[in-house]
Structure formats: structure tokens, C-alpha cells
Design a protein. Structure first.
Length: 478
């Protein structure tokens, strides 16, 4: 067992030595922790929160048990190299960009890429070539890009790297195999933000992982769907297109120099758990997901989509993500979430104007699911109103006036929204739904964009990126 979970047992063996400690962290193996916290959390967790000591290796120069643990992870996931990430998938996306691109390079990416990717454009001085996501009309969710739209961008731009995001938050998957084939046709280095698909390699009923089909770099968030600690992720490398020296340098520059052993042990253990029990665990969760979906669709006013939505844009669906549409009950997703929280003491993953999102992950019980079903039935009886008929409009992609880097470093000022026509945005402004940026730093705010924002305000959409709660003030370049 020691060799199967090497980092966990190495740390446990070290703790059992009970050596006098004259080193970090400052809580002195929990002895200095305030009693209130120690009483609540217990003592063991602080023993495992340790620094780089004899026999425990170092994440940024792994030669012992961390190296062994990462190699076991690579074998389990089917990659050539796997790295433990202790700063989340955010750092994984930054590493992918910085190790494959140079300053001023262009990169193809989806308009609904994670904000860490948008940040990476600014920090590394990259020029984005955006592909607009299709919108699933009824739910208002950005469902993905068409392979032919991707090829059009490649035909018309000189670019060497593409970053694809799949699955999305709601479990909608793109045709990553076809997209990869197109990318290779144009000699692309292919990066994949698969943050929400870390569980895919461990059950044949789940969608295909980009690791298996040969993306060059793949980021996955362990903490999103696996029983791992928050902030833990994996970075996988396949093939020989990526300069590994640049990857090592990027990890050293961008990750903490004091990596948490709690996080790394969590990754080591969850890898073993999935390797040994993953098929069974996810079979049970998929069965519970199918049960919940079927029961929700019996409730007046709620609709939970399944694989009937599959088309060119939604190529596959992660059935463990349960999206419940609220339009027919006449309530926004925000309103349903608030009712669940305040009236029924139930917490969900997120809501938007038309949907609530439920995650089913290891540890979920049928009793919890039955409570949710009973609650939704009660909401249907007590709160149902006139159905919402509107559909989401896709915003146009604005003109990029300056690069994200220039927008990031140049001075900014706060102005009223009504005065923003022709100005250059200093922040990402987005709306949910559909979850796409309306403008990103460096883009010009046109009259059409302003009208689109005012229309969203009138519909009481969830707008982000404004300075004030009323969404009347924004930050622009001076």
C-alpha cells in the first residue's frame, strides 16, 4: 500500500518520528494553533501541514516521493507527464499559455474561456483570436464552438496555438476529437482547459477526455468533481510538442514556493481512490443522476435536460451535472436558488437567469437527492408564475482597440455608463446568461454594445464587472 500512495505514507511515517521541530510553518505542528481552531478541526490536520523536510521531497524539484506520486498519476490518467497543481487550474491555464507562446503571439480561444485565460493574455502580452460560442437557445447556456468555425479562424490567421475549453460548467462537451484533427491539420499546439472533466478518465459512461485523444497539454481541476481539497488540480502533458523546460520554469515562477502538503497528499490519495474505485463510484453517481433527472422532469414547471440536447455544438454531456431550467415555472434561477437557500436550507452550485446547476459528486446520497426532489415539488406548488418566454441574444465581439497587456498596465478612470461610447474597457464586463464577456480589457465600447448592456439591465440580468451595484459606473482607459 505504501508504494501505491507514496506521498501519504511518507508523510505519515515522518509524523510518527515525532522529531523536535525548529522550522516552518509557524503553528509548530499545531501546538501554537489557537484553541478555538484546534478544538474545531482537531490536531491531526496540523501535523500534516508541514514544510519540505527530510524524505518528503520538493514540488519544484521532485526527486523522491512527489516524483513517484506524480508518475503514478500520469499512469492513472494516461498522460506522459502529470504535475500536481496547488494553485488550482488557474495556474494550469497560465502555465499552458506561458510555456507555448511568446510575447505578441496570437492564440485562438473561445470567447467563454475562464477568466484566468483572459488574465494570461494581459500578463504574457498575447493577442486573442476569439471564437464565439453557440448558445443553447432554450437554456441560454454557451454550448460550445462549431468545428467549422474553428477551421475558419485557422484559415484566416497566422497562429500556432489553440486553447479549447470543454466541458463547460454545465457539463456540455464539444467535439474535441474533430477539433483536434482540424488543429493538427494546421500544425497547432493544442491546449485543453478540461477543468470540469477530471472524472472522465475513470468511467466509460462519461465523455471522452482530451488526454486519451492526444491534446498536448490538459488542465483538470481535482477539487471540482473529485473528493479532493479545494485549490487542487492536475496538469497533464502528452507527446513531444511541448518544451518541458519551459513547463518546469513556468511552474516554478507561477506556483507558490511553499506548496501545501495537505493539497499534494489530497491529490495523491484521490488518484489512488479513482484508480481503484472510480468505475464503481461514478456508476453509482450516474445512476443517481438519471434518477434525479427523471424525477425533476415529472415536476410541473421544471425541465432537466439530458442527452436529447446533443447536436453539432453539444457533442456530449456529462450526466453528473444536473441543469434544471426554471423558465416554465416563471422564476429566474436566481430566485429559485434564493428560495432553496432561505426557505429550505439547501445549497446548490450556481444559478443564472434561467437555470440552477446541481453537482453530484462522490459522497452524495439518495436521501439528499430525495430531499431536493420534495423541495422542488413544493416550490412548484407554492411559487409557480407565468412562464418566461424570452431567449438569450448573443453579443457581438467588439473591436480590440489595444492589446490586453496595454489595457492592463495603462491608467484607468471611472466613468458613467452613459458616457462610455467609444471608450476602451478596462475590465471584463459579462452577463449571466449567457456567461460570455460583453467586453474585455482593451476592447472598444460601441453604441451597439451599450444598447446591449442597457437591454440586459432592463431584463435584470446578472451583470459583472461594474464598479457599483446598480451597474451605472465602469472602468475605462484614460
Amino acid at each position: 500500500m505504501d508504494k501505491k500512495i507514496p506521498l501519504f505514507y511518507a508523510l505519515k511515517d515522518y509524523i510518527n518520528k515525532k522529531r523536535p521541530a525548529f522550522h516552518m510553518p509557524g503553528h509548530h505542528r499545531g501546538k501554537g494553533i489557537y484553541k478555538l481552531l484546534k478544538d474545531e478541526w482537531g490536531e491531526n490536520i496540523f501535523l500534516y501541514d508541514i514544510t519540505e523536510v527530510e524524505g518528503l521531497d520538493y514540488l519544484h524539484k521532485p526527486e523522491g516521493v512527489i516524483k513517484e506520486a506524480q508518475e503514478l498519476a500520469a499512469k492513472a490518467f494516461g498522460s506522459d507527464y502529470t504535475f500536481f497543481l496547488i494553485n488550482g487550474s488557474t495556474v494550469g491555464n497560465l502555465v499552458m499559455l506561458s510555456s507555448t507562446l511568446k510575447s505578441k503571439d496570437k492564440v485562438i480561444l473561445q470567447r467563454n474561456s475562464h477568466r484566468s485565460v483572459i488574465g494570461g493574455l494581459a500578463v504574457f502580452d498575447l493577442e486573442p483570436i476569439y471564437i464565439q460560442s453557440e448558445i443553447h437557445k432554450y437554456s441560454g447556456i454557451p454550448s460550445g464552438i462549431k468545428p467549422e468555425d474553428y477551421e475558419d479562424k485557422l484559415k484566416n490567421n497566422s497562429v500556432k496555438v489553440s486553447l479549447i475549453t470543454s466541458p463547460n460548467y454545465f457539463g456540455m462537451c464539444e467535439n474535441i476529437e474533430e477539433i483536434l484533427k482540424i488543429g493538427r491539420k494546421y500544425d497547432q499546439t493544442m491546449l485543453l482547459d478540461e477543468a470540469h472533466g477530471v472524472h472522465f478518465p475513470f468511467n466509460s459512461k462519461l465523455p471522452l477526455t482530451g488526454i486519451k485523444i492526444g491534446y498536448d497539454m490538459i488542465v483538470q481541476s481535482a477539487h471540482k468533481t473529485l473528493p479532493a481539497l479545494t485549490q487542487t488540480s492536475f496538469l497533464h502533458i502528452k507527446g513531444n510538442r511541448v518544451d518541458m523546460d519551459k513547463v518546469f520554469d513556468a511552474l516554478t515562477y507561477l506556483e507558490s514556493s511553499s506548496p501545501s502538503y495537505l493539497f499534494m497528499v489530497s491529490l495523491d490519495v484521490v488518484r489512488y481512490q479513482m484508480e481503484s474505485e472510480g468505475e464503481k463510484i461514478w456508476n453509482e453517481i450516474i445512476d443517481l443522476s438519471n434518477y434525479l433527472r427523471e424525477e425533476v422532469n415529472k415536476i410541473d414547471g421544471f425541465y432537466c435536460f439530458g442527452k436529447e440536447i446533443l447536436n453539432d455544438e453539444v457533442y456530449d454531456l456529462d450526466l453528473t451535472k444536473i441543469t434544471i431550467n426554471t423558465k416554465k415555472i416563471g422564476l429566474t434561477g436566481f430566485e429559485v436558488e434564493e428560495i432553496l437557500n432561505k426557505k429550505y436550507n439547501i445549497e446548490i452550485e450556481l444559478s443564472d437567469s434561467y437555470n440552477i446547476l446541481i453537482f453530484l459528486t462522490p459522497g452524495i446520497t439518495k436521501e439528499e437527492i430525495d430531499k431536493l426532489i420534495i423541495t422542488l415539488k413544493d416550490i412548484s406548488i407554492k411559487y409557480k408564475k407565468r412562464p418566461i418566454e424570452e431567449e438569450v441574444i448573443i453579443p457581438e465581439i467588439p473591436k480590440m482597440a489595444v492589446t490586453p497587456k496595454e489595457a492592463y498596465i495603462n491608467e484607468k478612470e471611472i466613468i458613467e455608463l452613459k458616457d462610455a461610447k467609444g471608450r476602451i474597457s478596462g475590465k471584463v464586463i459579462s452577463a449571466y446568461p449567457p456567461g460570455l464577456p460583453i467586453v474585455v480589457p482593451g476592447e472598444e465600447i460601441s453604441e451597439n454594445i451599450l444598447n446591449y448592456i442597457y437591454d440586459l439591465k432592463e431584463k435584470k440580468a446578472n451583470l459583472q464587472g461594474f464598479i457599483d451595484v446598480e451597474c451605472n459606473y465602469i472602468k475605462v482607459l484614460k
